[in-house]
Structure formats: structure tokens, C-alpha cells
Design a protein around this ligand. Sequence first.
Ligand SMILES: [Fe+2]
Ligand SMILES: [Fe+2]
Length: 354
Amino acid sequence: MAHTLEFAADDLLATHPIEEPLIAGGVRCHGGFLADGTYVSPRTAVRGPAIAAWQEQHRTTFGTEILHAPVETWPPGYPSVEQARFLLRNGVREPIIATLSRIGTVEGFGAMIRFLAPADMQRFFDDDIRGTAMDHLAKGLVEAHARDEAGYGDEAGHDRMWYATRDIAFENPVTHDETALMMQRMGISFGAQPDPDGARQRFMGKRAFEDLDLGLELLISTMLRVLFVEIKAFHTFAWAEELLSDTELVAGEGEAARIVSYIRADETPHVEYLRTALTEMRDRTFIGESGRKYPGTDIIGPMWDASLEESLGLLEDQNRAATVAELEHTLASHPKGADLLAEFHHLEIAGAGA
Ligand SMILES: [Fe+2]
Ligand SMILES: [Fe+2]
């Protein structure tokens, strides 16, 4: 039986019938458990199978595989599990608390994507785009993504789920104001509201295809950046699940690690719809503002490469620098700070050689 490839936004936003909600540290989160105890991610009852159907349709129609960058493309997380354990064993918890807070805050920024998808994608393409993921970006897909990251109604999303994880593992270590200060030190604007107009302004100077609609190029650029963050995050999940399940070093009897495993499950549809829609664009023909036509490979190809290079270079360096700065800030007032810092760095060299 041929299945449909057209979905209403409400269907793409529909959640499975949940028997029991997910509560993390007293916070009602999205998603929940079926009668048999299986965790189901929010808004995946239709979205999950829909993405699989679009992928299958694409392979059949175009005979090409869906674009991908495996997690191994990126180096493992920093600090390593061993470095993090070393800090916790020595009672230095702040940098780990800061890292968990930063992940939560950055997850919340993902909601920005809901402002970037143009309602009508067809006008940018020469080919029919009906029955594709890219045609459903503004028809449920980016909204589902935004709700997953930043929550919706009274259900917490990934930002507050990471804070809950931190609060379980380290027993409510920081106030809201302390979190804000920590984020300021790490160069992250805590509590900032999404600013799509500002993003459009800033993007002006970074354009690679002046003949493309500005909003479309910004959308593609954002999809790529977010896709690579999402894939790279699987290193972070592995790190967090290993560290937070160590009941000798963190509180909560493994509960914090379990919440991270639910967040990890929720990320799969994000990776899948993004790489599907980007592949659909790559294999079609773009129409520029001038009316000129461009093969999708000439646009998606270079943008993919440039974004991946930035993800592996600049963004990786920034993350690392923020972590080291926070560690140095903490150790500056520690009586054995210099020794601990030296040993921390030494563990990386030792780990790399192992
Ligand atoms: Fe997320
Ligand atoms: Fe995500």
C-alpha cells in the first residue's frame, strides 16, 4: 500500500498516547512512557514514520543516499570522562556544573529555527517539492524541533531537562542568578530571546550566494550548523551518561544519566529531518532572485563543506576555550589549583596516547 507523503502540522506535532509522563527532579518534561514502560519522544507519533517515508521516497526517486556526517567526524567531548572524574574526585564540581548548564542553555537556543523556515518553499525550486521533508519545514517540522529544545506549554524541553539533570546529579548546586553569571563568563547570553531580525542582519556579511533569497540562505546555513551540533551532541550524551551514572561521584542513583538517555532519543528525529531536507534540496534545482537556475549540488555542496569546517575548527575551539576558562576561574582560588590544572591537562595527553 502506498503511504501518503503529505502531513498536516497538527499530525507532525502529535505525541503518542502516553501512559505516564516523564518527571525529572519534580519537573514535568515532554515525552513519556507507554503502557509497557517504553520511553517515547514527544511529537514523534507521525513525525517519526513521516521522515522515514520521505527518505525512502527520495532514495527511490533520485537514487541517491541521504547526506550524513557520522559522529566520528568530530573528536570526543572535552573534557573527557576521565578528566571530569578526576575533577569530581577532587571536589572540583563547578566546571562540570557549568558544562551541563551551558548544554541546557544552548539547547534552548535551538528554538530559533522556528522563525527561519519560509512558509512557501516551492517558489525557490524549479522542481515539484510536494511530498518532501523540505516542504514540511514550516508545516510542523521546525515547530516540533523548537518545542523539543525549549519546551512548550507547561512541559519542559531539553533546556530545562539538562538543568534538571544537573540539579539531580549535584543536588541543586546553583541558583538562577549564579547560572546567569556562569553563562556570562562562558560568553553565552543566558535568557536571551530569539532575535530572527538580528540574525538576518548579521548574516548579510556572511552570504555565499547573493542571488539566493536571503531568508532561504540563512535557513540552509542554520540547518547545517544545527545538524552538525546535533550529531556532535551524541559524543556529549555518551560522556554525560557515563559520568552521571557513576553513583560514587554524583547523586541521584543513575537518574541523571537516564534523563540524558531520553534527551538523546529525542534528538534522532532532528538529525533525520535536517539531513533529509538538505538532501532533497541538493538533488533539486534552485531558482535565484534573478530567475537564474542553479543545480542544488552547487549550493548545498559548498555550504555543507564550509559549515563542517567551521564546526570542526572554530566552534570546537570556542567550546574548549570556554571550558578551560571556567576551570581556571574555579581553580584560581583553590589551594592546590595549579597542581590540579596541570594534572587535568596531563590526563588529556595520557588519554590520547592510550
Ligand atoms: Fe535537544
Ligand atoms: Fe536537537
